[in-house]
Write a protein that binds this ligand. Structure first.
Ligand SMILES: [Zn+2]
Length: 137
């Protein structure tokens, strides 16, 4: 844990709240209490209806691979040992999309619509990252 050297989210405002839920092992997204639209990344106003009323609602934790790219060469020195790696966009059942990674899946095995579910990786005492693993059927 102590030697985690990749960039970390800046824990402030709504971002701190989002990662606070992750630290508790819960994936939650903002949901508008006016029009019920889910949203991510965290922001103050509903992009659908303009309301500023919302709460944190629990996600099912399940989604599918929406898209990805393969970084054959690291774009940051801290990722030097990780290449090739695949930043993956997961589309959650709630409809929001999360940029993350599928931890148990080599980039060559990724597929559109592959079912995945969230797992939590406590990379530092303060930061737990939501990552994903394949759902094997
Ligand atoms: Zn709304």
């Amino acid at each position: 844990m102590a030697d985690y050297s990749k960039p970390l989210p800046v824990l402030e405002g709504l971002t701190e709240e989002f990662y606070g839920w992750c630290r508790k092992g819960e994936l939650r997204f903002q949901r508008c209490t006016e029009c019920s639209a889910w949203r991510h990344v965290p922001r103050e106003m509903c992009p659908e209806c303009g309301s500023t009323d919302w709460d944190w609602q629990k996600s099912s934790g399940r989604g599918v691979v929406f898209t990805w790219t393969v970084a054959a060469r690291p774009l940051h020195p801290a990722f030097a040992g990780a290449a090739p790696y695949a930043p993956v966009v997961v589309e959650m059942e709630e409809g929001v999309r999360v940029l993350s990674e599928v931890i148990d899946c080599p980039p060559g095995d990724l597929a559109i619509d592959m079912p995945v579910e969230v797992v939590f990786d406590a990379v530092t005492p303060d930061v737990t990252l939501p990552k994903f693993k394949r759902i094997h059927r």
